[in-house]
Design a protein around this ligand. Structure first.
Ligand code: ATP
Ligand code: MG
Length: 435
């Protein structure tokens, strides 16, 4: 095989493995939903203001948003990162319904005890819940299919919209009334097995937060465990926008949620006593539920000795839309969003400066070349002022801005969104850097 053909084959494989959006490249003139001047007046949160102005989301009502193409692209990238890690620890993806039968919620007692549950009724007076979480569906599901102790353990997960009657809906997509969550559920016959899997999920969460660019400020945090286990763990990302307060141990880097901090005087992990108090957003949590939800459904299994064994359960949540909002709260400046590479909808924002036909033709050709090389590019080909193009480039916040103009001659101007410096590079160098 000729070298150039081989090279193409390799590139195509690479493209398939790359985490890209539905379109690798896009002309801004064709993109549905562009930047807008003002966010709604009642929107207080930085994440929502910026995401609305930059054309990533649209506000439908308090706590409810539409994901526009750019926003959905970020969500899909986050989703793919999470999916890869869930599959790596044996998770099998399913998709459970939003509508859930009342009787399941009565069985667990949550029809009456859960304040933020949305209840709906149809014309034949059948009552249902709009799922705020899925224990009430996943437990009977597992019970239906797992009949033997030999089947254990089992792990299933989904990406699904959740509904909660949140009273405070002032944090933009950090606290939606409808929001996107990844929820993983694990089923075990022994405590030891549950403990081991819990640690595996913990490790994969760490990798996910590192990958999306918030690893250095996301802390595994002890939180209350409810009545069935002493502690659970939250993943808390430090930012002033956070609604929670955590105390970070300066010795081992684990944290304790303020909610339980008064009950403990030393770090639960290393016994250290020096803590730093910070505001933080809970982006995910992991929870040993033990038999809390398997018991009400009578989910038991006969083991090899003929004993009737309880089924133990863990649940592991991670908010995709909250994660997207958290990233914006951390990565922005006065001009707009500054996306980390792994979740940016496109890598490059290409601008043609000037009205001359030869400039736009040159930019068109360069765009074609970027497209052919599978470089994710958003090309601002609009007939608007240069000032607006530059302002929108900053607002939208893609990692690299490339400019083609009369001034740049044969070269291309290169600028990173998170640096002030601009450089004039020849095309080959641009491709090399983007490769
Ligand atoms: P919070 O204390 O912030 O209300 P929670 O304890 O109710 O969160 P869980 O029920 O454990 O959250 O949900 C799992 C994950 O879903 C959370 O870690 C968070 O990332 C996300 N999440 C929860 N509620 C919301 C919401 N209203 N909007 C967006 N994401 C949410
Ligand atoms: Mg809540």
């Amino acid at each position: 095989m000729e070298y150039s053909i081989l090279e193409d084959v390799v590139k195509n494989i690479w493209k398939k493995e790359k985490n890209t959006c539905y379109t690798n490249s896009m002309r801004y003139s064709k993109l549905f939903a562009k930047t807008i001047k003002n966010a709604p007046k009642d929107e207080m949160a930085i994440n929502a203001k910026l995401l609305i102005r930059a054309g990533f989301i649209d506000k439908v009502m308090a706590g409810v948003y539409t994901m526009l193409p750019l926003g959905l692209c970020v969500i899909k990238k986050i989703e793919n990162i999470i999916r890869e890690k869930m599959n790596a620890i044996g998770g099998q993806e399913i998709f459970m319904p939003t509508f859930q039968p009342k009787e399941n919620w009565t069985k667990t007692g949550r029809w009456d005890s859960m304040d933020d549950l949305y209840k709906v009724e149809d014309t034949s007076h059948r009552e249902m819940a709009l799922g705020p979480t899925h224990e009430e569906v996943v437990v009977p599901l597992m019970q239906k299919f797992i009949n033997s102790y030999k089947d254990f353990p089992f792990y299933v997960y989904q990406f699904q919209n959740k509904f909660r009657m949140e009273l405070r809906s002032k944090s933009g997509i950090l606290r939606g009334r409808e929001f996107m969550m990844k929820d993983l559920y694990s089923f075990h016959l022994t405590e030891d097995d549950l403990d081991k899997y819990y640690e595996k999920v913990s490790d994969s969460y760490k990798k996910i937060f590192e990958k999306v660019g918030i690893g250095d400020r996301t802390y595994k945090t002890y939180a209350s465990g409810g009545s069935f286990s002493k502690y659970s763990h939250e993943y808390q990302t430090v930012t002033p926008a956070g609604e929670d307060t955590i105390h970070i141990c300066s010795k081992c880097g684990l944290a304790i949620n303020e909610e339980i901090k008064n009950e403990v005087d030393a770090c639960l992990s290393c016994k250290g006593t020096d803590f730093k108090k910070e505001k933080a957003i809970e982006v995910g949590n992991i929870f040993k539920l033990n038999t809390k939800y398997t018991d009400p459904f009578g989910f038991r299994i006969t083991n090899e000795k003929g004993e009737h064994k309880e089924v133990l359960m863990g649940c592991y949540g991670l908010g995709l839309s909250r994660l997207m909002g958290t990233i914006v709260e951390i990565y922005h400046d006065e001009k707009g969003i500054v996306w980390p590479d792994a979740v940016a909808p496109y890598k490059v924002y290409l601008i043609a400066v000037g009205v001359k036909k030869e400039i736009s033709e040159k930019a068109d050709r360069f765009y074609d070349e970027l497209e052919k090389k599978n470089i994710e590019v958003l090309y601002d080909d609009r007939d608007v002022s240069v000032g607006q193009k530059f302002a929108d480039a900053d607002l939208i916040g893609l990692p690299i801005r490339l400019v083609v103009s009369e001034k740049t001659g044969d070269k291309i101007e290169w600028k990173k969104r998170n640096e002030e410096k601009t450089e004039l590079l020849d095309k080959e160098e641009v491709f090399r850097r983007l490769g």
